[in-house]
Design a protein around this ligand. Sequence first.
Ligand SMILES: Nc1ncnc2c1ncn2[C@@H]1O[C@H](COP(=O)(O)OP(=O)(O)O)[C@@H](O)[C@H]1O
Ligand SMILES: [Mg+2]
Length: 378
Amino acid sequence: MDEYESAAEEPAVPIIRQPTRSLSDENIHLSSATETLKLTDFDVRGTLGTGTFGKVLLVRLRTSSEEEETSKYFALKVLRKDAIVRLRQVEHVNAERYILTRVRHPFIVDLYATFQDNLNVYMLLSYVPGGELFTHLRRARRFTPDVTRFYLATIILALKYLHSFNIIYRDLKPENLLLDSRGYLRLTDFGFAKIVEDRTWTLCGTPEYLAPEIIQSDGHGKAADWWACGILCYEMLVGYPPFFDESPYGIYEKILKGKIYWPREMDPLSRELIRAFLHPDRTKRLGNMIGGPQDVLDHPWFRGVDWDSVERKEIRAPIIPHVLSPDDTRHFSQLPMPSTHDIPGLIPGAEPPLRPLQRFEHISYTFEFPSYTPAIPV
Ligand SMILES: Nc1ncnc2c1ncn2[C@@H]1O[C@H](COP(=O)(O)OP(=O)(O)O)[C@@H](O)[C@H]1O
Ligand SMILES: [Mg+2]
């Protein structure tokens, strides 16, 4: 018989831990070479993805030397300023930029430069050619525990790193995890990432991955990322998330009820790990207890994992994406090219060149819209 389990309802009291590192002390990782770059140095080669606020384009740096073939290609995330303002995402976009310019980790996408024009803000990222984990998971239907363990291990190391700066990620899901050319994951999309000492209250994320405390507007912190880890682990092993419904409201109801369907073939240790991540009480949730992320690394489900080798990328990845050339986009859906009207800064002569200050000063992007009022709280 398939099994159901009901999660106990217990009051959630978060643990307040002191920050171990301050992100403001970190170097800004925009290389000095990028200071001479202009948006018009890039050719647009295709569209890799679309989102609520804009798109992600594949671009080629025209001025780079011939021998650096692979380093010519980048992903350029283009976000519409008017949409950002309308949807009250100004603080989120500025946080995305602030955080990505300072973090550096093998499993997190690299940001090289940022630009803006009157219409858009632009983030120049490394092009991660293997496509979304989402695509590979749907193709495979589900992953074996060993494959799941490999991907989850990389995500856990990325979260451990981010949490050490008190950065919560808040948008863990297979669409935001990209496979690099060696098959290792890169966390992308820091649109909801935030530096939080304790708790924050904004409802954001993706319904299936939201922790109960987010739905209940109870204030959430790092524990919400560990919850999402449990959802991701289940989705990789089973092929679909543990709580799903046609409407977000239906999903929220199921999350709060905490009833999990366990397929017969799922082994007891995997269930135990997922249950530990999906504990409704944050003080008892794996990753958020007194031992912090070390408890996750020490969990028996990860027995045998050499965490240092994973971080040094010494282990052969389970899926090595087939990529023929550095501009191969076969792992992304074939989307239409953007209209030149939508990306004025990329079109030579379409707009006066931006002053260097606007391009590279480590200040916030500027949004000059009369309707703008800061979103509170963020
Ligand atoms: N660095 C990158 N390399 C390749 N594709 C990317 C990159 N960044 C984003 N994408 C693609 O674009 C999609 C949308 O980007 P994302 O940053 O997640 O924006 P959104 O906030 O709209 O979800 C991703 O799901 C992915 O398919
Ligand atoms: Mg995304």
